[in-house]
Design a protein around this ligand. Structure first.
Ligand code: PMT
Length: 216
């Protein structure tokens, strides 16, 4: 029999990329496939939790038994997360959210105007994880960080900046779109590396760690 350390708990997860419109036919997005977030959703469901997955555009099928809510932009993801978060015990932000959106989305397809270059103006998107972590009755919040260099330092700093008890660091070049994960868990004691594992196995280890850390 599988242990069910999250029985009776509700877990909200963001996954995948966001897509910020430029005009009706173009978006600004990134290389997140959704595999890590979907694996965590599956592992949380296996551990007995009721799981809601707020997902940016991906080619994946929701794990059986998981409620998936589709979103596109960061603002849309934030709205969906805020609509769901109050009933959840745990929030895991795995999505690669666009930090910036296009300030003036063109209502019609942008045309080449003969210039060799063009300029888009960006404005800051809301930070979903920091917003949730700052709520008065915030769930147990887990962040992610995909870093291209100096992962340990950036991830540890990000945990403190976003004010979350647990942040999972990974190396961007090894993680976006990959089938395996190499995760390091950062808490107030420091960094705790997990071995290189298929993403579902890594997700199961992460869920076991989260279950142990939840207030009883
Ligand atoms: O989807 P895969 O192909 O499997 O790839 C997995 C992954 C690389 C996307 C995943 O493992 C991962 O690391 N996700 C976080 C990506 C990232 O770099 O996040 P960040 O450093 O921009 O943000 C830090 C944290 O804040 C993340 O938990 C993020 O979800 C959250 N965030 C960031 C910006 C924002 N506006 N809102 C947020 O909630």
């Amino acid at each position: 029999l599988q242990p069910k350390p999250l029985r009776g708990k509700r877990v909200l997860i963001t996954a995948g990329p966001t897509a910020e419109p430029i005009d009706p036919v173009r978006v600004l997005t990134n290389h997140s496939s959704g595999k890590m977030g979907y694996a965590i959703a599956r592992a949380a469901h296996e551990a007995g939790a009721e799981v809601t997955l707020v997902s940016g555009p991906t080619a994946l099928v929701a794990p059986r038994g998981v409620l998936r809510l589709d979103v596109d932009t960061a603002e849309h993801m934030l709205a969906q997360v805020l609509a769901e978060v109050a009933r959840n015990d745990v929030f895991i932000a795995v999505a690669a959210v666009a930090d910036w959106r296009i300030k003036h989305v063109s209502p019609s397809k942008l045309k080449k105007n003969g210039d060799a270059s063009m300029t888009l103006e960006f404005e800051l998107n809301p930070d979903i994880l920091a917003t949730v972590a700052a709520l008065p009755n915030a769930p147990y919040c887990v962040g992610f960080a995909a870093e291209t260099d100096d992962m340990e330092r950036h991830a540890a700093e990000k945990r403190v900046r976003k004010q979350v008890p647990l942040l999972v660091g990974n190396i961007a070049q090894q993680s976006f779109g990959a089938d395996e994960s190499v995760l390091t868990l950062f808490d107030e004691q420091g960094g705790h590396p997990l071995p290189r594992l298929p993403k579902l196995a890594g997700a199961r280890q992460l869920i076991a760690q989260i279950a142990q850390r939840l207030p009883r």
